[in-house]
Design a protein around this ligand. Structure first.
Ligand code: ADP
Ligand code: ASP
Ligand code: MG
Length: 438
């Protein structure tokens, strides 16, 4: 019989400094002796900082080493605070991971930006996992450190690796299970995997939740918990909205819909592997671990309050033919081939006889590249800096509130439950106190 195991994931905000790491270890004390697989992200905003290292190296600004040194120094300060200055072993282990990035920076920037990105940003998770596992061992919580790249095999699409499930399952059974059988916790990194040639890949920004779901699936976990700085899944992002309430229970389907359209509390890819094996997912607060959190499972009645997700940085492309012919099937097929080639996520689309509108995530220079590739056949207008607002289980007054002070460029109702709109801010006009003299 397979040994029961639970999977916990701690993200960047739960590990942002020494007192945060101590708080995590306090939560874990309650699970001492139980089989537990722990997935950790990079500390705080380390991944954002590492992205600037990649950009500096690619652009040859000469600043890459300086930025990396700052990141390194932050990690060493954390080691000092957690272990005291005499700690040599953890310091050496973390230093080894940074040395590998220094080797990358000593070379010319690699022609494949995404490949280079993954070889650099992975150090965030490698360093944090080494520090946290050493700290847990120091305080009497036995932990075995596991390199996630030995388990999660992906294809070679860098920055967005696709999991090769069969091999990943086989490696989990061969490597991770025997480690768990020895007793104690195992601790590994979120976000990273590796190709068959042993190059590091990443699973997409904020991908550590997904890693925890991959481990949960492969180890047939009893349940999975992601520990966040919020009491659970709320009806909207509390950073943007007032009067939000916690949802005690949520179906997998509802959670997939919400996260796909921008509810940033869980990475959208997380839910499906759990749903496939009916593994319950708890979203709980690391600030108040005794709180009940949100339970995501399949035993939920569909009776929800309105929920709102906002996805910023959207670009609306309005595409029309140059010869004023109708937008026909072969045009749409051509447009979608280009979108697939550029790996663009389409969030909304609408067509009329002579124009086709697409709302896409405005990441990197993809909207420009798409417009460039379309320009011979089509006239393309771009409207940038937009927000995509998705409201599930909407009520009219909620929609009216959301439309206030905005211009709605595109709106769509999906079945009876969902309204999506793409909006831009309009400056509020005010009468001047004294009329300007002409
Ligand atoms: P992690 O530390 O795991 O990286 P994140 O910061 O990515 O955690 O996710 C937690 C944040 O998600 C919260 O602080 C909150 O601002 C945001 N968030 C967005 N939408 C929601 C929502 N519907 N419910 C709860 N939190 C949300
Ligand atoms: N550290 C990675 C990121 O910030 C992965 C994660 O935190 O989930 O994107
Ligand atoms: Mg995060």
């Amino acid at each position: 019989m397979k040994q029961p195991v639970r999977v916990f994931k701690f993200g960047g905000s739960s590990l942002k400094d020494a007192s945060a790491v101590k708080n995590v270890s306090k939560i874990l004390q309650d699970y001492k002796g139980q089989p537990l697989a722990i997935v950790v992200s990079a500390m705080g905003k380390t991944t954002n900082a590492l992205e600037t290292v990649v950009e500096a190296h690619a652009a040859r600004t000469g600043e890459a080493f300086a930025i990396l040194n700052d990141i390194k120094a932050q990690h060493y300060r954390l080691i000092d605070e957690l272990f005291g200055k005499e700690e040599e072993e953890v310091y050496a282990a973390v230093n080894d991971t940074f040395v590998e990035v220094e080797w990358v920076l000593e070379e010319e920037p690699h022609e494949n930006y995404d490949y280079m990105y993954d070889q650099i940003v992975c150090v965030g998770e490698l360093a944090s996992s080494k520090i946290v596992s050493a700290y847990l061992n120091k305080i009497g919580l036995p932990v075995q450190w596991l390199d996630a790249r030995d388990i999660i095999l992906t294809d070679d699409i860098f920055r967005e690796g696709w999991v090769q499930w069969e091999e990943t399952l086989e490696r989990s059974a061969r490597i991770a299970r025997p480690m768990l059988a020895k007793g104690g916790f195992i601790l590994t990194q979120g976000f990273i995997g590796s190709t068959t040639e042993n190059f590091t890949t990443t699973l997409g920004r904020e991908g550590s939740d997904y890693t925890a779901a991959i481990f949960s699936y492969c180890l047939d976990a009893e349940d999975m918990t992601i520990w966040k700085d919020v009491p659970g899944v709320l009806t909207a992002d509390p950073r943007m909205f007032e009067n939000v309430v916690k949802l005690d229970r949520l179906s997998y389907k509802e959670a997939i819909e919400m996260t796909y359209y921008g509810a940033k509390v869980i990475h959208p890819k997380t839910i499906k592997p759990l749903q496939n094996k009916s593994i319950p997912l708890y979203v709980k607060s690391f600030i108040d671990p005794s709180g009940e959190g949100t339970l995501i499972s399949d035993e939920v009645e569909d009776n929800y309050p309105p929920m709102v997700a906002v996805e910023p940085d959207q670009c609306l492309l309005s595409i029309s033919t140059r010869d004023f012919s109708f937008v026909a099937e072969h045009h749409i097929s051509h447009i979608f081939n280009l979108i697939a080639g550029l790996r663009i996520q389409v969030n909304m689309m609408q067509n009329s006889a002579i124009s086709f509108s697409l709302v896409i995530n405005d990441i990197d220079d993809k909207a420009d590249r798409l417009a460039e590739q379309l320009k011979d056949t089509f006239k393309v207008l771009r409207d940038r800096g937009l927000e995509l607002i998705t409201v599930r289980h909407y009520q009219q007054d909620v929609l009216e509130n959301l439309r206030r002070g905005k211009i709605v460029l595109l709106e769509e109702k999906i079945k009876d439950t969902t309204v999506q709109m793409v909006v831009k801010d309009v400056p509020v006009m005010r009468r001047k106190l004294v009329a300007d003299k002409a």
